[in-house]
Design a protein around this ligand. Structure first.
Ligand SMILES: [Zn+2]
Length: 873
């Protein structure tokens, strides 16, 4: 504790009095507590009591070893050369799920040795995040979208000294209890023996050793025996330097909040600076902390007691407030200044508040940890809409899609696509997603207000967002909005949350019924803009950013780019009205058709493309043939779910570990995520003459999201027209009366799982081969020939690919240039395939190192529109 105790100490009489080693006791006496004296237990697991430093450290290390979100870092050494550890709790990039740099939450513990509540609360925070790191909710959100830096035990030497003597300390009326259990300072010039009387007052108060107000206050002292001795110079102590090193585990522009956790007096000693908005936002977030914590059954009320700006005592919170201009405070854990009497103790000694009864620590540890999550959730940033979608309920088709894509310059771009218009008389779902989980649920799974948050019905703080749907300035659909619900289920369709439970809200717009204003609205084929406006807050009442184009950040003591409803800069946000769907035209005739198997490519990006196979179970097998950043080939695979006009591949796989030829070992194959993929078919162009059953040349919008939240979008066109049969009026298929129907699909050698062959037999009789494999160095390689010759003898099919090429030269992503693609002749591939779905592959290459060889292959997939008579026998 920082202020009140010091005041009391300064009032102590200066009459010299003998010092003696005195014990804390349960029964009444000079240091009588009224409850058992806590003795630390050497166990890593939390219990109703205090852990030894070794127990705490073992738990920290075990969490860091077992949870990929937690990493340990040695940030310095103590006076006694013991390592000081900080822990980062985050994923392995410093970007949010949407590609924005993460804010960092800094928390320091146990700077004062005797304040055992502090390292227990820091460890409780780590345990809470560790135990819930896969909750797909608040904790996983914090881990994946912020960086938490926890330094649980800053004063390791001091904590060990207090735990060496858990019941004893030097005592006199003049100095009060010092050293042993009541050591506050570090161990500079102090031995670890309690009985040596010459050094028990020595050491540096690490919370007086800091810039910018070092040695500027009468509440610190140059007297080495003072309980608030500030050290020889600012930042003189190794523990102070370790804390500064820990802060540098994150970038300076990431720092969003700092807390130094002490005990006792149940207060937020917050630091004001001369930036008014910073002080306002700090008070607001501390209020969120306090009201959340007070709502627990124990009702503990932490009072915000801010300092005046421009002066200080050399404490750590001042350093972080002034250096980073972020909310920064000293948390004084309970009890209040009344000390042990809060728990029925004697209150004989004004130091007994440092000794929390063992029976209280589980509650304090667990519930303060939860209140920190609330403060960090707020400081993670105000919410922003990430995507709006409108889905036609009957067809499940996406008719409107608007998404904010992060750009290289750090701003976002609204990518808005209308696939179809909203049509009178039809039913739709309106889906809005946010960049953070927006609501809380109780143990029954019902949406509830976050505990402690005010109930303001009808305001933007309502449980449900407020939405206006306007056509020509007339609210048309508002009354038709029904069945609003936050989404806490992850599914493959669009009525799913995005990244975390309750980051998405859905309304239904049933039987859209628009009564036009006479003269305002046209008729017929005309389409009209439908303006969509959203007003909503996150769990702690922060409004959405009214202009997501400019990304909110924390700079110069406040939120920046956090526009209000008038698009002016603010610290409160507003109403987001960026979106415009269309109303009017009838539903596309193309949309109800299934999308046939084939190759798709972007005509402006010739030289890369997708293989798309619609499987019998309604899923889709996708392969992407493209390049890396250096012009080498890459291929990625995934299984997608198909609904309406949309395919979602939630995890696109990157496969590695293979090598060309006989050294291939499928045991070396490794699969990792390369991001996600979505393809929305937008109908297409009717062909003047059908090609076989293909009456339409399909088009689609492709959106790839990389692991850093960055998007790549291309416009896909159907490239290949596979031989098959499709009854377009009833969407059913007729079997192909010839064995070549068997061939189209994917083939592989079961002994060489991790590479394979995509084959298509086209309506014009050609065969296409894409062989996705590896080169001799283990790099991806895909070989292609689109002029394969098909010959048939009964049920045996021969495919001759006489001019197989390998490509190179283009680079992945936005900088793709088809002119850079170089085709190099690779050699020949001959396949003999039969009716039972097996066969052989023979290859011979003209490029050194590949040689020739033969594999046995098996059919892997059976695309849905291509049933084969032989298959059905
Ligand atoms: Zn303290």
């Amino acid at each position: 504790m920082k202020f009140l105790l010091i005041l009391m100490l300064s009032m102590v009489s200066h009459i010299a009095q003998a010092q003696s080693i005195t014990s804390w006791t349960e029964q009444n006496g000079t240091l009588g507590l009224g409850f058992p004296v806590p003795i630390p237990v050497d166990t890593p697991e939390p219990f109703d009591g205090f852990r030894t430093y070794n127990g705490l450290f073992t738990k920290h290390q075990s969490m860091a070893l077992n949870n990929p979100f937690i990493t340990g870092h040695i940030v310095g050494q103590t006076i006694y050369d013991r390592d000081i550890w900080a822990y980062l709790l985050s994923d392995d990039n410093d970007l949010t799920k949407y590609g924005v740099k993460e804010g960092a939450m800094l928390i320091n513990g146990n700077i004062h040795a005797r304040e055992w509540q502090s390292p227990e609360v820091l460890t409780g925070i780590m345990e809470l995040l560790n135990d819930n790191s896969q909750d797909q909710s608040l904790h996983q959100y914090l881990l994946e979208n912020t960086t938490i830096m926890a330094l649980p035990v800053n004063n390791v030497d001091g904590l060990l000294q207090t735990q060496r003597f858990p019941t004893q300390n030097w005592y006199s009326n003049q100095t009060g209890p010092r050293d042993g259990r009541m050591r506050r300072k570090n161990m500079l010039n102090v031995d670890e023996v309690l009985t040596s009387q010459n050094d028990f007052l020595l050491g540096v108060d690490l919370n007086r050793n800091n810039n910018p107000y070092w040695a500027t206050s009468p509440r610190s002292s140059s007297d080495v025996t003072s309980i608030v001795h500030h050290g020889l110079s600012a930042q003189s102590e190794p523990e102070t330097q370790a804390r500064l090193t820990a802060a540098q585990l994150v970038d300076a522009d990431q720092v969003r909040i700092y807390t130094d956790v002490h005990s006792f007096s149940k207060v937020h000693f917050s630091v004001r600076t001369d930036i008014v908005n910073r002080n306002i936002l700090q008070a607001s977030l501390l209020n969120d902390f306090t009201t959340h914590h007070r709502a627990f059954p124990a009702g503990k009320d932490y009072v915000d007691t801010p300092s005046g700006p421009g002066n200080g005592i050399g404490s750590t919170d001042e350093y972080f407030a002034e250096t980073y201009q972020v909310p920064s405070w000293t948390l004084e854990i309970e009890p209040s200044i009344s000390g042990a009497t809060e728990y029925g103790g004697f209150g004989n000694n004004n130091h007994d508040g440092f000794i929390l009864p063992e029976s209280e620590i589980s509650r304090v540890r667990e519930q303060l940890a939860q209140s920190f999550m609330v403060a960090w959730y707020g400081q993670a940033g105000p919410p922003s809409i990430t995507q709006i979608r409108i889905m036609h309920i009957d067809s499940q088709n996406i008719v409107y899609d608007a998404e904010w894509d992060i750009q290289a310059d750090g701003n976002r771009l609204l990518v808005e696509k209308s696939f179809e218009s909203i049509v009178s008389g039809e039913d739709y779902s309106l889906i809005v997603s946010f960049d953070k989980p927006m609501r809380t649920r109780n143990s029954n799974g019902d949406i509830v207000r976050l505990q402690g948050q005010p109930n303001l019905p009808g305001s933007s703080n309502s449980i449900n967002p407020i939405i206006d749907v306007m056509l020509s300035d007339q609210a048309i659909l508002g009354s038709g909005l029904t069945n609003g619900r936050w989404v806490n289920e992850k599914t493959s369709n669009v009525l799913s949350y995005k990244n975390y439970k309750d980051d998405t809200f859905v309304w239904d717009l049933l039987n859209v019924n628009f009564v036009p204003i006479p003269g305002a609205i046209g008729t017929g084929d005309e389409t009209l803009p439908v303006k969509l406006t959203f007003n909503v807050t996150d769990k702690v009442g922060q409004k959405i950013d009214a202009n997501p184009e400019t990304v909110v950040s924390w700079t110069n003591g406040q939120w920046q780019n956090y526009e209000d409803s008038n698009l002016n800069s603010s610290i409160v946000g507003g109403v987001d009205s960026s979106y415009s769907a269309t109303f009017g035209n009838p539903i596309s005739a193309f949309s109800a058709l299934i999308q046939p198997t084939g190759l798709y490519y972007d005509p402006s990006r010739s030289g890369e493309g997708f293989s798309y196979e619609l499987l019998n179970d309604g899923r889709v097998w996708i392969q992407w043939f493209t390049y890396d950043d250096l012009g080498g080939q890459r291929w990625y695979s995934g299984v997608g779910e198909f609904s309406g006009n949309r395919i979602a591949v939630n995890q696109l796989n990157q496969i590695s570990g293979g090598v060309f030829g006989e050294n291939f070992d499928s045991n070396n194959i490794e699969v990792s995520s390369f991001g996600s993929l979505e393809i929305i078919f937008g109908g297409g162009e009717a062909r003047p003459e059908p090609i076989g059953f293909h009456e339409i040349e399909r088009t689609a919008k492709m959106a790839y999201t990389d692991l850093n939240g960055k998007k790549l979008r291309t416009d896909l066109h159907q490239l290949s027209f596979v031989k098959g049969a499709l009854n377009t009026t009833i969407n059913t298929v007729a079997p192909i009366e010839e064995p070549v129907g068997l061939i189209t699909g994917s083939w592989y050698d079961p002994l060489r799982s991790g590479e394979g062959y995509i084959l298509e037999i086209l309506e014009d009789g050609r065969a296409i081969l894409i062989w996705y494999t590896y080169d001799n160095d283990g790099n991806h390689m895909w070989l292609i020939d689109s002029n394969g010759v098909v010959t048939q003898e009964g049920n045996d099919i021969n495919l001759d690919f006489n001019n197989v090429v390998v490509t190179s030269g283009a680079v992945f992503g936005e900088d793709y240039n088809p002119d850079n693609v170089i085709n190099t002749s690779w050699g020949e591939v001959h396949m003999q395939l039969n009716c039972s779905g097996t066969g052989t592959v023979n290859y011979s290459s003209t490029i050194d190192g590949f040689g020739s060889g033969q594999y046995n292959v098996t059919k892997l997939t059976h695309p849905w529109v291509l049933p084969y008579v032989c298959d059905q026998e």
